[in-house]
Design a protein. Structure first.
Length: 214
């Protein structure tokens, strides 16, 4: 097995080393009977396939409210969640953010190829979290298959930064595998003023629904 350098992780911002050689693959994602064709690439999470957790979030996660104005896909990768939200909430602006520039480019290209003009991509910085994202926007809801592999402390900071940007009455919807700490994350969120419940559990994945802090 080859050693992976830190910059080869899917969550790298590729600032220190170039992105791995491109090798695009296409895949189909079905959303409410509509077929979306997406491109993925090396150096981006879940290259060549739809992650099982992401599929569960799309199929069984909370639907966006028809009145929503701004929705956030936190850690968009090549864009499956953002594009699903854009299909379901055509009048909302779907903000799709990631630290990985290749992911952001792919997500933007995938939105354009599927004629989803309501997806707005932003490459954010990790330090401080979500820098580069318009600080004045408040989100009606946040969806994420979050980057648990960045480590617990960094993940907590990132989630708090996103939850702080929820509009009053807003909510967040996460998919996390139990082997990657879903249950302790749920306890941590509850202990930090964000009421969190388990919507469902399947194949070890938990879908968590989080309320904005009162
Ligand atoms: C588990 S992947 C999910 C990707 C995509 N949503 C999907 O379901 O296929 C998490 C994503 O979060 C991104 N990420 C890591 N750290 C981040 C940060 N500090 N801010 C925003 N995105 C981050 C990673 O680059 C990665 O694309």
């Amino acid at each position: 097995m080859s050693e992976r350098t830190p910059a080869s992780h899917y969550f790298s911002d590729h600032r220190d080393q170039p992105a791995p050689k491109s090798a695009p693959k296409r895949l189909e994602v079905m959303v409410d009977g509509r077929s979306l064709e997406l491109a993925s690439d090396t150096g981006v999470f879940s290259h060549g396939h739809l992650d099982d957790g992401t599929a569960l979030l799309i199929e069984r996660g909370a639907s966006p409210a028809p009145t929503a104005s701004n929705l956030l896909d936190l850690g968009c990768g090549y864009g499956p969640v953002a594009l699903a939200l854009a299909v379901r909430a055509p009048s909302a602006k779907v903000w799709a953010v990631d630290v990985n520039p290749r992911a952001v480019e792919l997500c933007a290209a995938n939105a354009a190829a599927n004629e989803l003009g309501n997806v707005h991509t932003v490459q954010v910085d990790a330090d401080p979290e979500l820098s580069g994202l318009d600080p004045d926007v408040r989100f009606d809801a946040v969806w994420s298959n979050p980057p648990v592999r960045i480590g617990k402390a960094a993940l907590h900071r990132l989630l708090l930064a996103a939850l702080e940007r929820l509009a009053p009455g807003g909510s967040a919807h996460l998919v996390v595998h139990k082997h990657l700490g879903s249950d302790s994350l749920q306890s941590w969120l509850n202990a930090h003023g964000h009421p969190t419940t388990r919507r469902l559990s399947r194949m070890g994945f938990r879908l968590l629904d989080i309320e904005a802090a009162p």
